[in-house]
Design a protein around this ligand. Sequence first.
Ligand SMILES: NC(=O)c1ccc[n+]([C@@H]2O[C@H](COP(=O)([O-])OP(=O)(O)OC[C@H]3O[C@@H](n4cnc5c(N)ncnc54)[C@H](O)[C@@H]3O)[C@@H](O)[C@H]2O)c1
Length: 246
Amino acid sequence: MFELNGKNALITGAAGGLGSVIARTLIAQGARVVLTDRSAEGIEALQKELGPNSFTITGDLGDPAIPMKLIKEAEEKLGGGVDILINNAGLTRDGLALRMKDEDWDLVLNVNLSAAFRLSRASLKGMMSRRWGRIINIASVVGVMGNAGQANYAASKGGLIAMSKSFAQEMAPRNVTVNCIAPGFIISPMTDKLNEEQKNKMLANIPLGYLGEGKDVAASIAFLASEEARYITGQTIHVNGGMIMV
Ligand SMILES: NC(=O)c1ccc[n+]([C@@H]2O[C@H](COP(=O)([O-])OP(=O)(O)OC[C@H]3O[C@@H](n4cnc5c(N)ncnc54)[C@H](O)[C@@H]3O)[C@@H](O)[C@H]2O)c1
């Protein structure tokens, strides 16, 4: 089940906590994977671990010219088109809306939402002509709930969900599906820094009573990328331990 033999995937933010687990999972399912991130160090180490079915490309997604370049370079390295696009790169610049600087709003929207739009647009032509494609956008529980101090981040993640539904409607006749995963609290360097009290507060809102792991997110991605998920498009899978039920 969920095998991805013969499929080519591109993962943004591949050096990060979730990105690296997603990459390992897609490789294990048989895909060839292009790892991209803004600096070479993390993705090159990961490429060594993953072996000859993986490739690296660096690029800063804050630059609007980069997405098109990334897809072109990925196609060259793969010797074929990108079948599965995982828009995973993301960042935060938190602050109360009243004091939020324009540059913090713009950066978060540019990297989290506009780059995902540009990468999706650049990969669609090939997907349409091959009549097969999967675009999976990593949103967040915050994109549905909102969160004090994260107006920019919440807007970018809510925007990803709405954008995915629009792409899904446009692309359905070409057999390209577009979906989101919305993780809740996933163990990461950020959650490692929280003290006991902060962790307990967080856990009180999670019916399953524990934080998620990268593998919980990656498993849903492997499913959505597979042939078995062919009849699912325009949806958001919430991977959050029951934190919100929508
Ligand atoms: N970890 C969680 O609990 C959680 C929860 C909900 C959503 N998410 C989302 O999951 C995704 C991955 O998160 P993570 O926890 O692995 O974070 P992370 O910080 O470990 O990874 C994010 C990656 O994105 C890359 N990136 C950031 N800005 C970039 C830019 N300008 N150009 C290219 N790459 C850039 C970073 O270098 C990093 O490798 C993000 O979109 C995040 O918003 C995470």
